[in-house]
Design a protein around this ligand. Sequence first.
Ligand code: ASP
Length: 329
Amino acid sequence: MHCRRTAVRAKSYLVYIRTHESGSFVRSSSIAFRCVAGKQKRLIRLGNRLTIYHYPVWDRHLGGTKTVAKQTQLIAFLAKMVKRNLFLMSSSAVHGFGYLEHAQTDLTSFFESNSVQKVLFIPYALTDYDAYTEKVGSVLKRWGFSCKGIHTYPDPCAAVQQAEAIYIGGGNTFLLLRTLYEKQLIDPIRDRVLNHGVPYVGSSAGTNVATRSIHTTNDMPIVYPPSFEALGLVPFNINPHYIDPDVNGTHKGETRPERISQFHELNDAPVLGLREGSTLFVGGESATLIGPPTELPGVSYGARLFRKNQEPVEFEPLSSLSFLMKEDA
Ligand code: ASP
């Protein structure tokens, strides 16, 4: 990719890129900008899908036009502007795909666009840290990234401080959160992600702990965390592995929407029911739902948003959920 000169401008919540080369994509790997000579396009591309992301935070920081000479400078510049980079997967295992495979394109792009080569993996949701890190690490290695388990560092807090990216895997959410509290990692992770733009990847339990609280996990409380309050990287709750009620089923236990409505009898926070295969991508103040690269017939993807005393609302992959980032409930 040749890009002799690129102007980046943030205006009205959109980022405009101009290049002298016509019709080219200025790729910062995942986030690629459609460029047409002399024209400004509003297309921003993530992986193999097109979508438009709104970055109000850039407006504040940028205050006008910034010109950078090289693509590497552009990437570094953009990474600095977006202080919150989250990739929150419903699950790592998805029907029809190998382990993590459904997220390969987007997760690779996510890391590349943030210049991440080495991932700090937090395996605390399961008990065999070595095996778990090996499982995730071998996939990431195939994609070109190295991965090290936090448990191999003498000081986990220092590991977080130095991490290029943090990835918290799934398992038991109670065990995970208790361990994060025990190791005094809640504040350091929050600080690195929210104030220093360190990319955060969560899958399942790792997505639960990224939200306000773990009240909407599907897990059994096998241990006591000191609190259900979690990292609070987003101002709402998520229910991962969200599954729609089986209308023809004979099972009489509560459906997932019923369990979420029990949460809403006592709490106000919106709950995003994230179906398997779906990911919430957060960049700065914007949030976008991403689906798997190929959709299997008869399988529902996307997410269902539950709010207290309101009818749930359905969102398809590529929907913008940026309005949720402003929730104060
Ligand atoms: N046990 C799940 C996981 O991490 C989390 C959940 O379902 O809430 O895979």
